[in-house]
Write a protein that binds this ligand. Structure first.
Ligand code: NAD
Ligand code: IPM
Ligand code: MN
Length: 351
């Protein structure tokens, strides 16, 4: 029996509430398929920051390096500025482990009311491939003259040929495997200087993947089309910030941000990849035991796929689909009254 070494970083708020359900699901599906997990849990969080002055220890990445994958809940909590919690934990892991693809699948499941007309179950099934380590989220810039009339903040977006090319190749490759199309999110109408460069690279990589039909849409128009005709998308590739915004929008289109999963992938497997729900720590509902666990559970399914267990991953997404279609049990974000634990039990019963 293979044991996969998994690092668990529950983090803050509902991050710590949705991770145990994901772990229960992993154990159940592992038993069924004859593999197991050895977990090591890390208390890296805003609580740790307040206690010890750092989100994670200085050798944090070294402690994760030998793991097969990382499962993270969410980080960030009132009382600790977001730039501290994010630059102190989430972003260093994404960058340090060269997780340059953020894979964010979107599906409308039967049994969930999408707020969007025309978003029928089975018809909306696409993936946002978000560039995850450069672009608008750069470390170049700063803020000066605080409190003075001259105060200003500057941040340079950084797009490199190598960085854009590798994420585009991943996205084109994914579209090829899915037998689908690719849409590039852009803003090439001359206003944002980086985007014509992005577009040129899309055309270049498109020529290398002639079997994939691709097009591009301005980010503003694309946002509208996510709402008006979500069924037409297959693989959507976007820069770091555009992809961040599009993935929350897409999650809302399919019914709740509580369902959406993410895989921060290092496709070359030089380092562990990290799996986490798209949502954050949700301080507004934390501590009540009502967070939707599906985003974390689906993220665990992405992890299973990455670890070479596509059938087990399919069992998990199948169980999610079956529970949504066949049961009335739901957390409040989906219009129900169930707790996180009750909703998780519905999934576990099918595994
Ligand atoms: P959020 O995703 O935490 O919450 C947005 C809204 O969605 C809230 O109303 C929340 O109650 C709801 N929601 C989110 N997940 C849910 C779930 N599983 N079930 C039911 N409802 C859910 O976003 P935010 O409020 O912008 O951010 C809160 C904190 O989380 C901030 O500190 C932010 O920086 C951090 N954050 C972290 C990550 C991460 O760790 N990857 C991602 C996003 C935000
Ligand atoms: C996400 C989050 C993060 C991001 C924040 C918390 C830095 O919103 O994972 O989508 O923007 O990448
Ligand atoms: Mn986000």
């Amino acid at each position: 029996m293979t044991d996969h070494r998994i690092a668990l970083i529950p983090g803050d708020g509902i991050g710590a509430e949705v991770l145990p359900p994901a772990q229960q699901v992993l154990d159940a599906v592992g038993r069924r398929h004859g593999f197991g997990f050895s977990y090591q849990s890390f208390d890296w969080s805003c609580a740790r920051y307040l206690r010890e002055g750092a989100m994670m220890p200085e050798d944090g990445l070294d402690r994760l390096r030998d793991k097969d994958a990382i499962l993270l809940g969410a980080v960030g909590y009132p009382g600790v500025p977001d730039h501290v919690s994010l630059w102190g934990l989430l972003i260093p892991i994404r960058r340090g482990f060269r997780q340059y693809v953020n894979l964010r699948p979107i599906r409308v499941f039967e049994g969930i009311d999408s707020p969007v007309r025309g978003a029928a179950a089975g018809e909306v099934d696409f993936v946002v491939v978000r560039e995850n380590v450069e672009g608008e989220y750069s470390e170049i810039g700063g803020r000066t003259n605080r409190g003075f009339p001259e105060e200003m903040a500057v941040q340079e977006a950084v797009f490199t040929r190598a960085g854009v090319t590798r994420v585009l190749d991943y996205a084109f490759g994914l579209a090829e495997r899915r037998g689908g199309t690719l849409t590039s999110a852009t803003k090439s109408n001359g206003i944002v200087h980086t985007m014509p460069f992005w577009d040129e690279l899309v055309a270049e990589r498109g020529a290398v993947h002639p079997r994939v039909a691709w097009d591009q849409e301005h980010i503003d128009a694309l946002a509208a089309k996510f709402v008006l005709e979500p069924a037409r998308f297959d693989v959507v590739v976007a820069s770091n910030l555009f992809g961040d915004i599009l993935s929350d929008l897409a999650a809302a289109v399919v019914g709740s941000i509580g369902i959406a999963p993410a895989g921060n992938l290092n496709p070359e497997r030089e380092f562990p990849s990290m799996f986490e729900p798209v949502h954050g720590s949700a301080p507004d509902i934390a501590g009540r035991g009502v967070a939707n666990p599906l985003g974390a559970i689906w993220s665990a399914a992405l992890m299973l796929d990455h670890l070479g267990h596509p059938e087990a991953a399919g069992d998990v997404t199948g169980a999610i689909a079956a529970v949504l279609a066949g049961s009335e049990v739901r957390t409040p974000d989906l219009g129900g009254t169930a707790t996180t634990a009750e909703f998780t039990d519905e999934i576990l019963q099918l595994l």
